[in-house]
Design a protein around this ligand. Sequence first.
Ligand code: AMP
Ligand code: GLY
Length: 420
Amino acid sequence: MNILILGGGGREHALAWAVKQNPKCDRLFVAPGNAGIAMLAECADLDIMDGAAVVGFAEENAVDFVIVGPEAPLAAGVADSLRAAGILTFGPSAAAARLEASKAFTKEICDACGAPTAGYARFTDRAEAEAYIRARGAPIVVKADGLAAGKGVVVAMRVEEALDAVADMFGGEFGAAGAEVVIEEFMTGEEASLFVLCDGTEVLPVGTAQDHKRVGDGDTGPNTGGMGAYSPAPVLSDAILARTMEEIVRPTVAEMARRGTPFQGVLYVGLMIEGGRARLVEYNVRFGDPECQVLMLRLGAQALDLIQACAEGRLGAVRANWAEDHALTVVMAAAGYPGAYAKGSQIRGLEELPEDSSHMVFHAGTAKRDGTVIASGGRVLNVTARGATLAEARDRAYGMVDAIDWPGGFCRRDIGWRAL
Ligand code: AMP
Ligand code: GLY
């Protein structure tokens, strides 16, 4: 089958790498792709936010199956356009993508199906939001309703911080995403993520992971898109996992189906775990980045069979085969990230690294110039390894990091510390 993957980050490199190993895969296109993806797929220059353009490309190139990586095209209805054209697609409709695109919508679903989450209130009026914050006190969490590229959440330790966040959001800092604000109870505990394939009715967990959001060692400094991740997440024990499926995931999927907007794709379930029980922090409607990289290294070629069964509504008929293994990924970023950073620095030493079922450097923001790989984004490489233990996976990943010659980059040295 000919496959098109939409996206061009480390997540899409990992998806392409797994899909390509499956003998079912004939031609593989990725739009827009990056320098790493170009080594295993045909990169296409295509506006992935434009449903008609994606359908046109798929028809011209006899694409049988489209896998959508990031949330933006999903929220924009690209999966709807593809399905309307009769093209098999992995990823939710725009209506179901509201689970990520609107925090207020997710809260409404939790209320309707009884899923445990932080207590909250919704506001479209600044004065009312401020009065609520003063009455509740800190710590308190302020969230812009819509998609804000991960920057729309302020965990305020002081009342003034929460008031400033409300002022920014209603002041237009997040555009339309901030027209409504959700104010939540601050939850304590340990965070972890669960990834579940959903075909509208059936569900299949495909792994757990934990990431490191802060830029600096010891979880210090500003938030980023993620500086590293590992799978499985030891805090998500089998018992908590089973309870989370029953209390959160299945009720959500049933409620979405009941509303006539079934969820098809991967549900990224962000959880806060305390006292043997998980509460929902957020949903995303796509694989995490860099969490996908560790999941794909562990799943390998079967990922395509599972994702395809999901898109075809046959999840009840497939199973994931897990090795008792661990995977860990270290993000190498351009100096300055998540603030201003330079593009164009050269990266050497990648060719000499092992590339097999236990070692893989996924590219996030890279390009090629005169035959050498250069940095073209903030998060640039995802150095990923697998092992019988998490410590072995970590040592292999950092062994590769140390062999990469990139003076313009940096990484955290403590990925996995909590679990180790
Ligand atoms: P979100 O985009 O909703 O996942 O929020 C980003 C991050 O903010 C989460 O990963 C948590 O670390 C933190 N966060 C969000 N909501 C809460 C909450 N109610 N209590 C504590 N921390 C939260
Ligand atoms: N790593 C966090 C995310 O993908 O949203």
